[in-house]
Design a protein around this ligand. Structure first.
Ligand SMILES: [Zn+2]
Ligand SMILES: [Zn+2]
Length: 362
């Protein structure tokens, strides 16, 4: 209980700091207004002070974040498997702040664009200030900056600027795009193609052995089974059970290692899946995903009930302007909020860091 109290107090401090963060336009499109020159000096000093403040808070190590993306986790699979088939995923939902009705990106429901949105907090469409990553394979010379036509910041670079460490674990080689884009910010990258078990062993050891601010783990087993046998097929459901057990491996580390008592888990997916595919952006089964936050200082509840500024989309597919549903791209600024940092520069989702997940945060 002391752990929960301590973390909740930390979040309360963050909530007090939140209003000073950069203002965003109400529709969460990029803030393009430029400050008058006369105020530039004061703004620079304020930015410097904010950065020092962020670094101090990052140093305190109030919270660490384990972000887990279960590739192609259709929330219907959780309903179908129930608590017996997916005890670990349900544990996160039952104890954490969660919704099984979050949304993937509006423009594309494929892997690399959606993960790029998760780590940058941006939408996909380059012309609308998005990251511009529209491809979905490993292209050895590609970077997010080149796709966007500008230098793009990420949750990794934000953490690096505050003196924190990040690690990336993935089952797909295209995730090297992130390491190429933010080589100094991602301190360790582990890719184990098609071997989720080995990947999670490595991630668990790293989590225990290193005091990182962010550990990002991407599990591919459910996506692979969905493409091979059909999403929601018995093989796919077995693969989700497998992913659930791997999440359990990470949770058991958190349960048993005293050094991991301040780890908050953020679990989501890049997209769902229907039939043998998940690229139909207008299909509910492709764009509906889970979004779950769990750990010390996190309140149990439905994210939409806890966040009246977010709109439960029902079965609809809201555009990425105006009132928003919870999206996988909220991950970036939820992570910065949990770590006591300001928003990722250039991000478009939850720029005001208002997604409330705990008693003190919002
Ligand atoms: Zn995917
Ligand atoms: Zn896929």
């Amino acid at each position: 209980m002391t752990v929960r109290y301590r973390a909740a107090a930390g979040l309360a401090v963050l909530a007090l700091a939140a209003p000073s963060s950069a203002a965003a336009s109400p529709d969460r499109t990029p803030d393009t207004a430029s400050a008058p020159a006369a105020r530039a000096g004061a703004a620079a000093r304020a930015a410097q002070a904010a950065q020092a403040d962020e670094a101090a808070r990052a140093d305190e190590g109030a919270v660490r974040v384990l972000a887990i993306s279960v590739d192609a986790l259709n929330p219907t699979a959780l309903q179908r498997l129930g608590h017996e088939g997916a005890p670990n995923l349900w544990r996160l939902v039952d104890e954490g702040a969660a919704t099984l009705n979050a949304r993937a990106q509006y423009e594309l429901t494929i892997t690399l664009p959606n993960h790029t949105s998760m780590v940058t907090g941006r939408r996909v469409a380059k012309r609308a200030g998005g990251h511009g990553v529209t491809w979905n394979d490993e292209r050895p010379r590609s970077t997010v900056h080149r796709a966007a036509g500008e230098r793009v910041r990420s949750v990794f670079s934000k953490i690096q600027a505050a003196g924190g460490s990040s690690a990336l674990f993935s089952t797909k080689t295209k995730f090297r795009t992130f390491t190429r884009s933010w080589p100094r910010a991602i301190d360790r990258t582990v890719i184990r193609v098609g071997d989720d078990d080995a990947l999670v062993r490595a991630a668990r050891a790293d989590l225990v052995g290193h005091d990182r601010a962010l550990t990002f783990v991407h599990l591919g087993v459910a996506d692979a089974a969905g493409h091979a046998h059909g999403f929601m097929s018995p093989d796919y459901l077995r693969a989700v059970e497998h992913a659930d057990s791997l999440v359990g491996t990470l949770l058991s580390a958190i349960d048993t290692e005293p050094t991991l008592d301040r780890v908050v888990v953020v679990l989501t997916a890049d997209h769902g899946g229907v039939g043998r595919d998940h690229s139909q952006v207008t299909q509910l089964g492709d764009y509906r995903i889970p979004f779950v936050v769990w750990g010390p200082g996190i309140e149990h509840g439905d994210l939409y009930e806890m966040n009246p500024t977010y709109v439960n989309p029902g079965r609809s597919r809201p555009r990425p302007v105006g009132p928003q549903p919870v999206r996988n791209s909220d991950l970036a600024n939820l992570v910065t909020t949990l770590l006591g940092l300001g928003p990722v520069p250039g991000s478009q989702f939850d720029v005001r860091q208002r997604l409330r997940v705990g008693p003190g945060a919002g």
